[in-house]
Design a protein around this ligand. Sequence first.
Ligand code: SAH
Ligand code: SF4
Length: 427
Amino acid sequence: MNVVDSEVVAAILQQHNYQVTEKLDEADLVLVNTCSIRDNAEQRVRTRIREFGRLKEKNHSFSVGVIGCMAERLKEKLLEEETTVDLVVGPDAYRDLPALLQEVESGQKGINTLLSLEETYGDIRPVRMDRNHVTSFVAIMRGCNNFCSYCVVPGTRGRERSRDPETIVRETTELFEQGYREVTLLGQNVNSYRWKEGKQLLKFEKLLARVAEIDPQLRVRFATSHPKDMSDQLLKVIAKYPNLCQAIHLPVQSGSSSVLSRMKRRYTREHYMERIQAIRKYLPKASISTDVIAGFCGETEEEHQQTLSLMEWAGYDFAYMFKYSERPETFAAEKLADDVPEEVKSRRLNEIIELQSKLSLQSKELDVGQTYEVLVEGTSKKSGDHLYGRTSQNKVVVFPKGSLKPGDYASVTITDCTSATLIGNVV
Ligand code: SAH
Ligand code: SF4
């Protein structure tokens, strides 16, 4: 989401005669787009800001802005605590950036952290900042209404709102015309996308079908699905369109119903398992990935074991795994004790990571001998003679270059694997 936001910010500033540069020593302004999801993300931002402070000592016309979730969460406090910072702008106030920058130029500090109920930046054509020109992201909604008890997002990004489907289809069509071959539609809970057209309600399944119909050569992914809202209808739509990728990201967070209840996730272990069975039924070839949090408030050893057993049962192909990090002003911070000792959190996270490494390897080993259509994304980091790309299941494949180039589709037979990568030959 932050990549998309940076591209929107670049577009707004370009309209006001600013130019993007990749060279720090050429820049008059640095905007740090921030994430508040865990404390360590914020600490990294603070270190970065202080590094920019040293540049400022050398070049007095250089300005530093903080945008995104950390700007929203800390507001004026950020200006007080980090004296290097000249500008603080929250995720719904980017249109105000040119005016705020004028204030900064005249020697004042600029701040706008107003949240909006409507802003989607739907009319703005983002300035693409990806490197491969093959895969890109398109935001279809902003904010979140779920208020999971551990999560800072509803506070920093505001209420959920969906973007006009016409602008989504237009932006995606333009990407395809520019040579992009894959888009990921983004929202905190894409299953609750809704847009009223007269009396008709356009839901996510319909939007997805419309985007898939732009061109069969365009792959479409989406993230993130919420287990409480993911419908059979959606799975049927994915099964119908070959260019809708066979990869479902379904964050579980915990395998214990009591922890899920404290997390306010609004589903149980059983409901989640039933959803996994539905994915297996409608999309037998799909990969399934997840997010897991270790050591949430009050988590017992038995509850942790339930997470491990659910992971094993689901046989996830991939997972993002985190240690619980208490975030100020969330329900959990205010009402629940962060009482799992640090060393226990670390040990549980390590057990989760170890199990997932085993599952990831098993998942890749099953692919050896199979042939997959791979979208080529670029040259392998390890060898100039090899390309890398991904399967519909979102698994990375490395293979000899031949005459292929980024943006091509190749049929690749898998000959070997590690827990992170498939290795193959073009057929
Ligand atoms: N909207 C998405 C996820 C957004 S945040 C969803 O609901 O799935 C991405 C992931 O960060 C979450 O799925 C969760 O696993 C993790 N996360 C969020 N808040 C966290 C916290 N306070 N501590 C640790 N991990 C957290
Ligand atoms: Fe956070 Fe929950 Fe919303 Fe995801 S669904 S962004 S975890 S509140």
